[in-house]
Design a protein around this ligand. Structure first.
Ligand code: ZN
Ligand code: ZN
Length: 306
């Protein structure tokens, strides 16, 4: 295949290259502790790279996100800069409680060495982290209260860098903050967590890229935009109850539990015609209404609509 073809949207090269570069950049920033000086440096740089890809490789079913851009910005700033810190302060003591009660110490394992060699810990971190996120995310579609919180993320009508972090902070933290807190207390080597969780975080952020790129073989391993778009489909694919492709970052558990869905035509993945809330709710463009879950308040407490 000629280089020009490889570098096109059908060439299956741009997406893997983007994932590799973003992953390398994350490790570079963390290794040099740049994120301590510039909070959210990794995430904002990743979103900027995704935005550029979206401009270069236009997605043919693209839907304008202009009316909700202020909501996207506020939600991104809240979740990237504040949610992790605030919710860790709540989750850490809660998670700490279990090993202290059952093991009499703060870690499930006394030292990281007990969990085996580094390569094994890296594999275990990837498997456990992705399993926890898959499990939490699937529950967020099944348990009514969790779905009320999560359904705001499903209001989006297109995948975009800008709406990657559009989620209620509690919804966001159950999926993204709680699992790493659990991993930390299991007692894994922090470097194994950094490399393992970092790879899945790079992939899960990139899964919201709105570029019209084909990810090729990566669709079988990671949750790429082509895979995640089906999770956001306005109509749930036949044979599935709540949704498909619940994986966050990693596609393994969907494949194992029969929730993976990516129909193909001539070797190219098909994409859903319409993205949006499967219950038919319109995208909530007002961040305060999203934050205070006004859709679910009793009628007398709901702000009156003009
Ligand atoms: Zn979901
Ligand atoms: Zn999403």
């Amino acid at each position: 295949m000629k280089l020009k073809k490889l570098l096109s949207r059908d060439g299956f090269l741009i997406f893997p290259a983007a994932l590799a570069i973003i992953y390398w950049f994350r490790m570079f920033v963390y290794g040099n502790e740049i994120d301590l000086v510039v909070p959210g440096a990794v995430t904002f740089a990743t979103l900027a790279a995704m935005f550029i890809l979206e401009q270069v490789f236009r997605y043919k079913k693209k839907v304008s996100q202009k009316p909700v851009i202020a909501r996207d910005l506020v939600s991104t700033l809240v979740n990237v800069l504040a949610t992790g810190t605030v919710m860790s302060a709540i989750f850490v003591p809660a998670v700490l409680f279990f090993p202290e009660i059952f093991f009499g110490r703060t870690l499930f394992f006394g030292s990281a060495d007990q969990l085996g060699p580094f390569w094994l810990q890296l594999i275990l971190v990837i498997l456990l982290y992705s399993f926890l996120r898959y499990g939490v995310h699937r529950l967020q579609h099944i348990v009514p209260f969790l779905w009320e919180l999560h359904s705001y993320h499903h209001g989006v009508t297109d995948l975009q860098a800008s709406n990657t972090f559009v989620s209620h902070p509690i919804d966001y933290s159950l999926r993204n903050v709680l699992p790493p807190v659990v991993l930390g207390f299991v007692g894994f080597d922090p470097v194994a967590i950094l490399f393992g969780a970092g790879l899945l975080n790079a992939s899960s952020t990139l899964s919201h890229c709105g570029a019209g790129l084909h990810a090729g073989w990566l669709n079988h391993i990671f949750v790429t935009p082509e895979v995640h778009r089906w999770h956001h489909s306005a109509s749930v694919p036949k044979g599935h109850r709540y949704s498909v492709n619940y994986g966050v970052g990693f596609a393994l558990w969907d494949r194992l539990f029969g929730t993976y869905y990516l129909p193909m035509e001539n070797g190219i993945p098909l994409q859903p015609d319409k993205l949006g809330n499967p219950a038919g709710y319109a995208d909530e463009g007002n961040y305060l209404k999203l934050f205070f879950l006004t859709r679910y308040l009793p009628a007398f407490m709901r702000p009156t609509e003009k």
